[in-house]
Design a protein around this ligand. Structure first.
Ligand code: FAD
Length: 469
């Protein structure tokens, strides 16, 4: 009798415990991806990127004699239909930890079990399960550094090999056509531009890891904050769709450390920030949408308006902020330091609700991740766990001088005010909606807020809020 392998954000063949389990009995395996509400509500860029990941996965499965079955609908309805059509007795999947995933999976699991099926969820998204990492008094870590110390030296099992053959059923159930799902519809002109900056699939992910270890890991700590240097791994895009396992990256990072690249430790630490985000969202689901620190409730955040739109379009008049917002629109990614700067500018200088920033990132990032995005925004806004204190307000100009000393990053992404803008900067105009009505011939906007005034206004607002609580 077949096993149904419900694929979600785990689009790889190697180091895939659920796939490994499904293949273990030698019985047929039916891999299925379900276009459910979780997929329907994805932002434009992650949905478009997911489609490319699915196409790759379908091809990779095809090469092992298997197939990716595509179905649309509620997960439970689809799985029940497949069980009825195929006679499957087992359903397996890789666990998710974001609030919507947990409630969906819990419901699906109990309903299928009540139907008499065997259901097994597996690890694979994380290095450490959230319930396996605890503080001395049995709670979860709310501060990153002690969590890092507690997991640093743990044994992490070696990655599993990809199966050489995935047993196929004699008759395949029907599948939707991926193109009919129109997952790229909301990307408009952007898709053509962003395509040049992405790396899709398991081989591409491994290539990225290999290139990082060969050329960049040795200087990772010293250069990772530099906006003008390609110093990081770029692996967040592949991790977001499970095209590489964190375990594979972890073991490679350790190998680099043992080979004498001391700065590989900082890379491993960043991977644990990802774990930290997932552990937090698992233990405190409010991280996703509510102030993690309730004392921030009632803070008079600003809502939608011209300032937010200027921020989205890279027209705040603050060069490094605008450059970063354009990088996001053109590449679907943004440098980590730049993410911190634009988030700080939005939530502090402009006093805008962090959720508006979170949502724009969720719309535009090809590496969008529910846990890291929410944690990143709350961290910068000051409302999150282990957050930057409210009085830490980045000065974008000072930061730009430090991390983009020759203005190479700003020139790369800003076309206005340059007679010969580089292609990267011009690409923004190909990607952005015509309704924005922007042209490289526009004059550079003047700052929408004086940095000093904005800083003082933010500090006064925080003081006021604290005093009135
Ligand atoms: P590297 O420097 O090569 O790091 C290796 C891996 O470590 C990354 O791929 C990532 O998985 C993890 N990592 C690194 N930094 C962080 C971090 N600060 N938090 C959590 N994990 C981290 N990351 C996402 O993957 N998706 C998001 O939606 C996202 N939104 C963010 C929003 C804000 C406001 C901020 C400040 C950060 C956000 N990050 C997010 C975290 C971080 O910016 C990216 O993970 C990083 O830029 C990815 O680039 P890289 O793969 O080259 O990272």
């Amino acid at each position: 009798t077949p096993t149904i392998l419900w694929l979600r954000r785990d689009l790889r063949l190697s180091d895939h415990p659920a796939l490994h389990d499904a293949c273990a009995s030698g019985q047929p395996v039916i891999p299925v991806f379900i276009h459910d509400d979780e997929v329907a509500t994805l932002g434009a860029a992650p949905k478009w990127r997911l489609r490319l990941g699915l196409a790759h996965m379908a091809k990779a499965l095809g090469e092992t004699g298997s197939k990716l079955v595509l179905r649309r609908g509620s997960a439970l309805d689809v799985l029940r239909a497949l069980v009825a059509e195929t006679g499957a007795r087992r359903v397996v999947w890789t666990r998710g930890y974001a609030p919507g995933q947990i409630s969906r999976d819990t419901d699906v699991k109990s309903a299928l079990k009540a139907d008499g099926l065997e259901v097994q969820s597996h690890p694979g998204l994380l290095l450490f399960e959230p319930w396996d990492v605890a503080t001395k008094d049995g709670g979860f870590y709310k501060v990153y550094t002690p969590m890092w110390r507690s997991v640093r030296d743990r044994d992490v099992a070696s990655p599993l090999p990809a199966p050489t053959r995935i047993p196929a059923p004699k008759v395949w159930p029907d599948s939707d056509d991926l193109d009919d799902w129109q997952m790229g519809r909301a990307m408009n002109r952007g898709a053509a531009v962003v395509s040049g900056h992405i790396h899709v699939g398991e081989d591409a992910a491994r290539g990225r890891l290999g290139a990082f270890l060969a050329h960049r890991v040795a200087r990772y700590k010293s250069e990772r904050d530099r906006l003008d240097i390609d110093a990081c791994s770029g692996l967040s895009e592949n991790l977001a769709y499970g095209e590489i396992s964190p375990r594979t990256i972890w073991h490679s990072g350790w190998r680099a450390l043992h080979e004498g690249h001391a700065q590989a430790e900082d890379f491993l630490k960043e991977l644990v920030w990802r774990e930290f985000a997932y552990h937090l969202i698992y233990h405190t689901p409010r991280l996703e949408s509510q102030n993690w620190r309730p004392e921030w409730d009632g803070f008079p955040w600003q809502g939608e308006g011209d300032a937010v739109q200027a921020w989205r379009q890279g027209r705040t008049g603050i060069e490094v902020v605008d450059a970063a917002m354009r990088e996001l629109y053109v590449t679907g990614r943004m440098h980590n330091r730049a993410r911190m700067l634009v988030a700080s500018f939005l939530t502090k200088h402009l006093l805008v609700d962090w959720r508006l920033g979170r949502d724009w990132f969720a719309e535009c990032l090809v590496d969008w991740d529910p846990a890291s995005n929410a944690m990143g925004w709350q961290w910068v806004a000051g409302s999150g766990p282990d957050a930057a204190p409210y009085f830490r307000i980045f000065n974008p100009d000072t930061q730009a001088q430090k991390f983009d000393p020759k203005a190479a990053y700003r020139k790369m992404w800003l076309a206005e005010a340059s007679r010969t803008p580089p292609e990267t900067a011009l690409a923004f105009y190909d990607a952005c909606p015509r309704s924005w009505n922007l042209s490289p011939k526009d004059t550079r906007p003047s700052p929408i807020i004086d940095l000093k005034d904005g800083r003082e206004r933010a500090l006064a607002a925080y003081k006021d809020h604290r005093e009135n609580q």
